[in-house]
Design a protein around this ligand. Structure first.
Ligand SMILES: NC(=O)c1ccc[n+]([C@@H]2O[C@H](COP(=O)([O-])OP(=O)(O)OC[C@H]3O[C@@H](n4cnc5c(N)ncnc54)[C@H](O)[C@@H]3O)[C@@H](O)[C@H]2O)c1
Ligand SMILES: O=C(O)[C@H](O)COP(=O)(O)O
Length: 324
């Protein structure tokens, strides 16, 4: 078995599991050139950064590409499948962590938390207190959840049973929307919700889902929370809406370009909270994701298939490459 290659450092428990199973190497940087150079010859790939399709070309030892987390957009699925490489992810391991983040930033926006803290420090007590002039309650508001998977369901639980909010939701099928939430189309949802939360995967269908038309239908004081992926939002349209004061604010964790350049227009808005793609990252979730990815790697090393195999059509080709 060739070495195990991770694009990033892993939680210590996951690292120990993999080190006990083989030669674990961590990329010195997660850019495509470094990954291609340092990952050449790997047997298992653990993914926390976008992987160039070329990684799967001329990779005779590569058995599995395992996502540390939920989103599969970082994996060029066609290239992996063509090469006979198993693709897996660790669904749900960070869902409750992302849900907690959604309420952190929602409350921070509604209660002017960032500006209150800034004004208090810069200009004193009265200036900080003045932010309460425009603060509003979360209670009584309607949350709209776009994408009712593991993350959407974890957000629903807190919204409904923690804060007693009215919840509307949209997903690929109405059946995935739980009792207690009302299914709406995306166009109905953006016009109904006071808080629009994006937590769907990035797919051709969801790219640009929050376009100028849908942002234009949002309520004037509504806020937008994006913990999905950057390209789900049309950035130019959102920036225009923020400039014109047509929505209440936004909390953005993910961006079309990451890292987000520090001169990006989003940094110019007081009513925008920017976080560096960490909604799903805590000590505990890193352990759940890392050990989940490591368990899948150990299964493959033993000759089994991953539990969360995402390209089952590859199995025949994979078995020809690596007969049991
Ligand atoms: N910011 C972060 O740190 C972070 C952490 C975890 C997940 N995510 C993102 O959130 C996404 C969802 O994670 P998850 O664990 O809930 O995944 P999941 O696979 O459990 O659920 C995805 C849900 O989105 C729905 N969906 C798919 N296409 C849709 C569409 N066009 N419109 C509406 N809904 C649609 C699916 O039906 C499914 O219910 C991930 O793919 C990832 O991009 C981000
Ligand atoms: O897709 C996910 O689950 C999140 O983006 C977190 O994944 P990461 O910790 O591997 O970046």
């Amino acid at each position: 078995m060739s070495f195990i290659f991770s694009t990033h450092p892993l939680h210590p428990v996951a690292r120990s599991m993999l080190e006990a199973a083989g030669d674990l190497r961590v990329a010195s940087a997660p850019d495509p050139e470094t990954l291609l150079r340092e990952g050449r010859g790997a047997g298992i790939l653990v993914i926390r950064a976008p992987i160039p399709p070329a990684f799967f070309e001329d990779a005779p030892a590569l058995r599995a590409a395992i996502r540390h987390g939920a989103g599969l957009d970082m994996v060029p699925m066609d290239a992996a499948t063509r090469a006979g490489v198993l693709v897996a992810n660790v669904p749900g391991a960070n869902a409750s962590t992302v849900a907690e983040h959604v309420f952190l930033v929602t409350l921070a926006l509604l209660r002017r938390f960032r500006l209150m803290d800034r004004d208090l420090r810069q200009s004193g007590w009265a200036a900080g207190r003045a932010q309460s002039d425009t603060a509003v309650d979360l209670a009584g508001r309607t949350m709209g959840i776009v994408g009712m998977g593991n993350v959407g369901k974890a957000i629903f639980q807190i919204a409904k049973f923690g804060f007693g909010l009215e919840v509307v939701a949209t997903s690929r099928s109405p059946e995935s929307v739980p009792d207690g939430a009302r299914f709406l189309t995306i166009d109905e949802l953006v016009a109904t919700a006071d808080i629009v939360v994006l937590c769907c995967p990035l797919t051709p269908e969801t790219t640009g889902l929050l376009n100028a038309g849908r942002i234009g239908r949002m309520k004037p004081a509504a806020i937008l929370v994006n913990v999905s992926r950057g390209p789900v939002i049309d950035d130019a349209a959102l920036i225009e809406a923020l400039r014109d004061g047509r929505i209440g604010g936004a909390a953005l964790d993910v961006f079309a370009t990451q890292p987000l350049p520090l001169d990006h227009p989003y940094f110019g808005f007081d009513n925008v909270i920017i976080t560096p793609h960490l909604a799903g990252l805590t000590e505990e979730s890193m352990m759940r994701m890392g050990t989940g990815a490591a368990s899948e790697a150990l299964r493959v090393i033993k000759g089994d298939l991953p539990v969360n195999l995402r390209n089952p059509e590859v199995v025949e080709h994979y078995r020809r490459r690596f007969p049991a």
